[in-house]
Design a protein. Structure first.
Length: 242
C-alpha cells in the first residue's frame, strides 16, 4: 500500500508486491499460511483482509477482491471465536482494518450484527488497555495501531519507535503502514533494502535473527537462569533496540 513518492499517491511504490498478491490467492479466496490443515484461522483472515485492502487501494484485481470478501464472509464467525488462537493485537488490528475497508467502499457479505460485533472487539480491547499500567503499553499500541491502519497514538510519537535501520519494530508491515500515511526516507530505505533481497514477498520480521535471539532471551528469563547470561542478553537487547 506504500505510494510511490512524487506521484500524488497515485501509484504503488512496490508494484512487484501488488503483483505477488494477484498471483498468490488460494482457490478458497484467501491469502496466508494454512496451518494445521485449517482452511481459516485468524491469521489467514488478517492476511486476506490486508490483501483485499491493498488491491482496492490500487483499483486492481476486482475478481480477487470479490473472492476474498466471500471468504471472509464465510468465515466471519472465526473472528469472534475465543477458542481460536489470536495473533498479537488481533482484537485491535482486524477491527481497525475492517473499518478501514468499509470506509473504502468494500462490502462484506455479513450481517450488521457481525459488523457491530467486530467493531465492539476493538472497543473492549481499548477499555482493557485503558485500565492497564504497563511500561510496554505505548509500544504495543504503536505496533498494533500501524498494523491496524488506525490512529491510537500521534504519528510523531510512533516514530519514536523507529530503529536505526529505519524500520518500525523490525517489521516490514508496520514500517510500510507508517509510509502509507507519511513519507520517511529511512523507512523507505529499509523496505527497499529487503525487497531487493527477497523480491516481491518479504519475511514477517527482518533482520530475522533478531526474532530468534529475543525468543532465546525470553526463554532464559522464563526458566530462571538469565542471570548467568547477563552480558550476552544485554548485547542482544542493545542490538535489537538500537
Amino acid at each position: 500500500m506504500v505510494p510511490l513518492p512524487d506521484t500524488n499517491r497515485q501509484a504503488p511504490c512496490f508494484p512487484q508486491c501488488v503483483e505477488w498478491i494477484l498471483q498468490n490467492q488460494h482457490c478458497s479466496g484467501s491469502w496466508g499460511i494454512n496451518q494445521f490443515g485449517l482452511l481459516a484461522n485468524k491469521d489467514i483472515l488478517l492476511s486476506t483482509l490486508a490483501c483485499i485492502i491493498a488491491l482496492k487501494k490500487w483499483n486492481v484485481g476486482s475478481d480477487h477482491i470479490s473472492r476474498g470478501l466471500e471468504f471472509i464472509g464465510r468465515n466471519i464467525s472465526t473472528v469472534m471465536d475465543k477458542q481460536i488462537v489470536s495473533p498479537i493485537g488481533f482484537n485491535l488490528i482486524f477491527p481497525g482494518m475492517f473499518n478501514h475497508a468499509i470506509r473504502m467502499g468494500l462490502e462484506f457479505p455479513v450481517r450488521e450484527t457481525d459488523i457491530s460485533g467486530i467493531l465492539h472487539l476493538r472497543e473492549m480491547e481499548l477499555r482493557r488497555l485503558a485500565g492497564e499500567e504497563s511500561n510496554g503499553k505505548e509500544t504495543y499500541l504503536a505496533f498494533v495501531a500501524e498494523e491496524g491502519l488506525v490512529s491510537l497514538l500521534d504519528r510523531n510519537e510512533v516514530m519514536n519507535f523507529q530503529r536505526k535501520n529505519g524500520s518500525l519494530f523490525n517489521y516490514p508491515a508496520a514500517t510500510a503502514a507508517v509510509l502509507v500515511h507519511r513519507y520517511d526516507d529511512k523507512a523507505l530505505q529499509y523496505l527497499n533494502s529487503i525487497v531487493s533481497i527477497f523480491g516481491s514477498a518479504v519475511p514477517t520480521v527482518y533482520p530475522q535473527n533478531i526474532y530468534y535471539q529475543l525468543s532465546m532471551v525470553d526463554m532464559l528469563k522464563k526458566i530462571g537462569i538469565s542471570r548467568h547470561f547477563s552480558s550476552e542478553i544485554n548485547s542482544i537487547l542493545d542490538k535489537a533496540y538500537m
